[in-house]
Structures are given as C-alpha cells and as structure tokens.
Design a protein around this ligand. Structure first.
Ligand code: DP6
Length: 390
C-alpha cells in the first residue's frame, strides 16, 4: 500500500552572540573557519526560530517557507544540509528495511522567527540550527548535538554553536574534510545562569555587507587579521574559557570587549574598509565605559557583530545599575520588561551620549543565557501537509 502519511517534527532553536568572534574561512566550500570562537546562547523565550520539518510522498520537491514567504533553497549551503541529513537517514533505512523511506520524499519546511530577520540578530544561526535539528528529529537520527553541529556549520558557521545551550565553543579543527570542526559545550546555562544580555536595536533594516562576503574580503586583504588569527584569538579563547569556568565576569567582559574591538579593527583594516558600527554603536560603547567607570569595576560588556546593534552582557545582580543607566535615556522605546524601565541607577549617562542613543536606538531586547534546541509539539505544517493556521 502506498504511504500517504505526512511525517512531521518540530523544534525551536536559539540565537547565540559570540564573545570570541568567528571571522574568516579557511575553506569557504566546507565553511571551515580560520579560528575557533565562543558564544553565549540566548534564551528562546525572547529570541528563537520555530521550524517544522515535514515530508510525504506527495510533496513534489523540497521547499522552505520563512516568516510566511517562500525562501530560496537552491543555495549550496542549504543543499549541503539537506544532502547530509538525507544521507544519514538513508543509512538508517538501508540498515532497517522496515523504516519508512523518508529520505526519498520531498521536504516541506516552515519556519518562523519571533524577531526581525536579518536585523543583525544572528537569525541565520538560529535558522540553520532549527532547520538541521527539525530534519534530524523528523528522520529520527541518533546523532549527538556535536555531530549535528557539523551539518549546521555548513549552512552558516555561527549556526553550529546554536545546537547547544549555555556557553559554547566552536573548535576550528584541523582536518581538511571538516569532520573535527564542530561545536563543543564549555558550560551549560545552569553553570552561570545569572548572565543577562540587553540588546540595543539600532537598525532593523537589512545589513550592508553580509558576514559571508565581509569575512572573505578581510581574509584576502587585512594584514592585521593574520595577527588576530595567529595570536589574539588563541589567547582570547583560553582566557574566555577560564573566565566562564570560574564565573569571572570582569575577565569575561574584558575579553568580550577586546574581541569585539579586534574584529571591528580587522574590518576597518580590510581594503576597502568595512564599517559595521555607526555613531550610535560608538555612543553605546561610551555608555558601557561610563557605567564601568562610575561603578568602579567592570559590570557591563559590549559586543557587536556584522551590524550596528549593541549587545550588552551583565550579571543579574548588577541589573539596577546597568539597566537603569540605559532606561534612564531609552525608557520610551519598546522592549523593557515589567519594572525594568523605571529603575533608578547610580549611573547617569552624559548628555552627549544620551542624546545620540535616544535618537538612534529603536527598541531594546532584554534576555539572558538560555538552553539549546527544544523539541516541540507545535506544528507549522498541519496533518494534511498544509501550512498550519495559527
Ligand atoms: C560577526 O555565521 O553569519 O556574527 O558562515 O558565512 O554564514 P557564514 O557567517 P556567519 O558569521 C557570523 C559572524 C559574526 C561572529 C560570530 O557569530 O562568531
């Protein structure tokens, strides 16, 4: 009898924000990095991608709908993920002939972010992590998160780190086939649960130079970058892992800020130069410096990816001082959680910094360290294979 069933599985996957940055590919085809990196996985209560993977003999081909729109899946990266996951499923089917032949069916993926796509909020990381995990769930693959991270890495480098919660390293590896370039759990969220992140959304517009092309230009033209991958990053990886393991916030913060500065310095050293930070980003740096100076110790750390948004890491016990300093000037924008916009801080930001932030920050996102992908019974594809009504 023909198999008419629609098979489905769903997952959510988190965003991660690097504190030791991935910037540079040694093999663009396999998406192998020039250096290791380390990130904090952010809570899915605030930022997450929900993806349903489904398959059926009736599906004509593969498709992906993202936030209500059909997405192009013909790219080599997405195709690599599909191919790798199908091969793993096919091996299971070959070993056990009673399994339904899911590997031969068309895949229909439907995905939704709970945050603006391409706002520089690492949406490709959550997106590819969710895509890979959802298909792995659908295919009932026995692979560990580290093994799946090798597949997700081929979709988008930073995505490999979103297969784990907490504090996650991406070990660059040294094998030519990339089989040792994968994510590795440094510490679970529960190890240092009071880590918080305040995201200052400077622009929700699509970013200028994509990270994929920006990092290629840096590798090709920046002399400073050679110094970064040879010396700076290896030292920062060691220092950061130690800071996380010993919950040393001052060290964590210093390395985070130095890393962001080093990465953006390499962007400026790219020829022609690439600028991701703008005047509002620079005001956010000044604000964090001012908070730390007035507190008399390092209680906040800024970091920027390939866009102008600022992520400020701080510990929950310092929330009144850190949040209060920002909400004192940004209290009017959306995103503050219950009670946090009104807190009085001992730190008052200078008028010059305050007015730039006020004009340029459109919203804030308050979040914290969080868990890795979570399987869910919420489906974006119904039992008949149609996009679910929600
Ligand atoms: C600045 O993972 O987006 O956010 O592998 O080409 O998809 P591709 O790049 P991507 O680069 C992220 C760069 C970064 C730093 C980081 O997340 O480590």
């Amino acid at each position: 009898m023909a198999d008419t069933k629609v098979y489905r599985a769903s997952t959510t996957a988190p965003v991660n924000i690097a504190v030791v940055k991935y910037w540079g590919k040694r093999d663009p085809k396999l998406n192998l990095p020039t250096n290791s990196s380390l990130s904090v996985t952010l809570s899915q209560a605030d930022l997450r991608t929900l993806t349903t993977a489904s398959c059926a003999t009736s599906f004509a081909g593969d498709s992906l709908m993202l936030n209500g729109e059909q997405s192009d899946i013909s790219g080599a990266r997405t195709q690599a993920c599909f191919r790798e996951l199908r091969a793993r499923r096919a091996a299971l089917e070959a070993a056990n002939t009673s399994l339904p032949k899911l590997s031969t069916m068309g895949l229909k993926l439907v995905s939704e972010n709970n945050f603006p796509t391409a706002a520089g909020l690492a949406s490709s990381a959550a997106g590819f992590a969710a895509l890979v995990q959802a298909i792995a769930n659908l295919y009932e693959l026995p692979d560990t998160p580290a093994q799946l991270s090798i597949v997700a890495r081929q979709g988008s480098g930073s995505a490999c780190r979103s297969l784990f919660g907490g504090y996650v390293a991406w070990r660059m590896g040294d094998k030519e086939d990339g089989s040792d370039s994968m994510a590795d759990l440094v510490a679970p969220a529960s190890h240092w649960p009071n880590m918080r992140a305040l995201i200052l959304v400077v622009s929700a517009a699509k970013k200028g130079v994509s990270s994929t092309s920006g990092m290629q230009q840096t590798v090709a033209t920046s002399g400073l970058f050679q110094q970064r991958i040879a010396n700076i990053v290896p030292a920062n990886m060691t220092a950061m892992e130690h800071a996380v393991k010993t919950r040393d916030f001052a060290k964590f913060a210093e390395v985070t800020m130095r890393e962001s500065n080093s990465f953006h310095a390499c962007c400026a050293d790219t020829y022609p130069p690439i600028f991701y930070m703008n005047d509002i980003s620079k005001a956010a740096i000044r604000a964090v410096e001012s908070i730390n100076a007035k507190a008399g110790k390092t209680i906040a750390a800024y970091t920027f990816d390939a866009g102008p948004n600022c992520v400020v890491y701080y510990l929950d016990e310092e929330a009144p001082t850190v949040l209060g300093a920002f909400s004192g000037v940004l209290g009017g924008v959306t995103g503050w959680k219950e009670g946090s916009a009104g807190v009085k801080s001992s730190v008052r930001l200078e008028d010059g910094i305050a007015s730039v932030l006020k004009d340029g920050v459109s919203r804030v996102i308050m979040t914290s360290v969080g868990e890795g992908p979570l399987r869910t019974e919420e489906y974006l594809v119904d039992e008949n294979g149609q996009p679910a009504k929600r």
